[in-house]
Design a protein around this ligand. Structure first.
Ligand code: PSU
Ligand code: MN
Length: 303
């Protein structure tokens, strides 16, 4: 038996001819954003990628098959159905074996994109070390998958619901280069900066492509993280977001939320606490990351 990958025709053709492809995760659609904005966003990301000359491939597990390039109907299903699993590396085995349907996290998407031969993906924020993770050991499987799948990830850093400093420590341990895209600081998702310095700064898609190309030659290469801050016009100051985060974390603790439910719970709480403000920011940065990933995919293709 081999991994059950099925490709959209346009994605298959792009991969076979070496044309630029950008993979997109689907957990953000099924568990990260509320309907109907989730569907609009998913389609807008695909359009942003096509408009820049690359082919989008939204990845999910549908009826036990890994779909590389979901159709609009499949994206609609992910955005509206209530029985879509959240699929990280740990979960994908059982979802395939049971012929189930699930939305892939960054970790799940990395695994599938690497198997499909796709070199770059876009997302909002990567998972990381949760606050208190040094005792709870709640550390996203995204961080271990980044160590093993050779796929570049364009993101706006990680949400400050996480412990960003420890997240960077684990990325260092895992051998994952983290590069700021037109910044020298790790972005904090809603805010452009976190106060955490990065050692690599990239100022163009071409520079990003050069870095990715070199990284892929390393034995056992994993991912490169390209950290692209939210556009200034959509950013929310860190101090404002922090208040909402404290409240959301306290509620999660009171209710005993654990395991894979933690991240979706906190994301939903933040949208409610902010009266929807975080949602607009989240959508702006997701679309922008899709666009930057497409520019880099095209640059990767040009060498
Ligand atoms: N961060 C966001 N939005 C999201 C996620 C993270 O701002 O939707 C999702 C991604 O799919 C990420 C996953 O891979 O949450 C991480 O979940 P966990 O912390 O359970 O590993
Ligand atoms: Mn977790």
């Amino acid at each position: 038996m081999t991994l059950p990958l099925v490709f959209a025709p346009a994605v298959k053709q792009a991969i076979d001819t070496g044309a630029p492809v950008v993979a997109l995760e689907s957990t953000v659609i099924a568990h990260g954003l509320p309907a109907p904005r989730n569907l609009e966003l998913a389609l807008a990301c695909e359009s942003a990628i096509r408009a820049r000359g690359a082919t989008p491939a939204t990845i999910a597990v549908i009826d036990g098959e890994i779909v590389v390039g979901c159709t609009e109907d499949q994206i609609h299903h992910l955005a509206t159905a209530s029985d879509v699993a959240k699929v990280s590396r740990r979960d994908i085995t059982a979802v395939i074996a049971r012929r189930g349907t699930g939305a892939t996290t960054v970790a799940g998407t990395l695994l599938c994109a690497a198997a499909a031969g796709i070199k770059i993906m876009a997302t909002g924020g990567i998972g990381g070390v949760h606050r208190g993770g040094e005792s709870s050991l709640d550390i996203s499987a995204d961080l271990s998958e980044l160590a093993r799948s050779p796929v570049a990830v364009v993101c706006s850093g990680a949400k400050s619901i996480l412990d960003l400093q420890r997240t960077l420590e684990v990325l260092e341990t895992n051998g994952v280069p983290v590069a700021g895209y037109r910044t020298a600081e790790f972005p904090a998702f809603y805010a452009q900066t976190s106060g955490l310095a990065l050692e690599i700064r990239l100022d163009s898609a071409r520079e990003a492509a050069d870095l990715i190309r070199v990284h892929r030659t390393l034995p056992g290469a994993g991912a490169v993280v390209i950290a692209n801050p939210v556009p200034a016009s959509a950013a929310i100051p860190a101090t404002t977001v922090d208040r909402w985060i404290e409240t959301a974390l306290a509620t999660a603790n009171q209710r005993g939320v654990t395991g894979k439910d933690v991240t979706p719970f906190l994301l939903k709480a933040l949208v409610e606490l902010s009266g929807g403000a975080t949602l607009n920011t989240n959508i702006a940065l997701l679309e922008n990351n899709a666009a930057v990933a497409a520019y880099i995919a095209v640059a990767l293709d040009e060498a």
